[in-house]
Write a protein that binds this ligand. Sequence first.
Ligand SMILES: *Cc1c(COP(=O)(O)O)cnc(C)c1O
Length: 431
Amino acid sequence: MKHTKSEQLFKEAEKYIPGGVNSPVRAFKSVGLAPIFADKAHGDRLIDVDGNEYIDYICSWGPLMLGHSPDFMSEGLEEMAKRGTSYGVATEIEIEVAKIIVDAYPAIDQVRMVNSGTEATMSALRVARGYTNRNKILKFEGCYHGHSDGLLVQSGSGTLTFGVPTSPGVPADVVKNTLVCRYNDMDDVRRVFEEQGDDIAAVIVETVSGNMGVVPGTQEFIQGLRDICNEYKTVLIFDEVITGFRLAYNSSIGYFGVEPDMVCFGKIIGAGMPVGAYGARKEIMSCVSPVGPVYQAGTLSGNPLAMFLGKKNLETLRDHKDIYSELDRKGKMLQEGIQNNLKKLGLDYTVNRAGSLVCLFFTSGPVQNFDDATKSDIDKFNAYFKEMLDRGILIAPSQYEAMFLSYAHTDEDIEYTIKCNYEALKASHNL
Ligand SMILES: *Cc1c(COP(=O)(O)O)cnc(C)c1O
């Protein structure tokens, strides 16, 4: 497989864009390759500028539940654009999308549109702090909530509960109010709440983490967070930027039967357009400007073209709930196929899955938190990634990402992927 044109574009891109990319994971740096440049995509296929065709499991990192550019998606888009691409005044379609989201998610009465997942979590945390009049927030190691200052933290060493910045440019002072606990570890959470629970405004969590590979929260953990937040009157925030409208139409509420106080959405609600949203009960959302004193704004928020595509995506999911059982079946097929291959090859690796999110960890399990995930053999993963790419299977160039299945992934393509997985594992392990 040749990547000549991608390599040329990468050289050119590097001159004008740091690292040649507008988001680091696109760089393929961790796997030691030049990144591929996309030309077009349809269904479960992505075609790069060299004409190579891949079965795509990156799928824009989650928004494309129905696969790339389903035909009905672009219908009417041109007319919409002709009427204006942004107004800076209110539009009716914003109400329509808000209503769809609120109707789907029983825990919330109102929702505010923003332009990315990062904005959604950052804004939700500000509102939670304003609402509770408390300072601290609690997050979990390995969960990603976008790149705002206060969330770029990892746990301090030993029993330190406050976070330390994971990036230069984030002052230690900014993250001193961010507490970090182990994922799926209620004892750790209880310990921190006993110390400082009265000043914890919010707990923010991915109910199924898709940012340390795929690590589902246990039922006990998610319910435990609900209970302790009730006890301390802390706002429980589900970051459903990946899981929202993916695990089920009612997202984590359907999957776990637990309701948060606030929710963040992104990815799927924009169908690939730059969109995020946060919502809560009216009592909490009444803190938000212009009703309340907590400031949050956005020139392009609720952009009409983004709302147009997001609405189509959400309506399709709402009106075709069989999509969820189909995605679950496909996820299971992929998981079991990989597990069979591992058994045949005598490899003691772990395959985690939640619905259509699948991850092969290059470590023996169970993988239940960040420490478990980082035991993975990254060199082996990198070799495996290259073998998959050569066979026309595009997975994330990182061990710590999910395989995103879409409704457009056919059984035939999943079977082919499983066959390639066998060969790629074999080749990368010299078996
Ligand atoms: C992708 C992601 C974000 C950040 O969304 P952006 O649109 O990239 O800013 C936040 N939370 C989770 C769980 C995500 O996966």
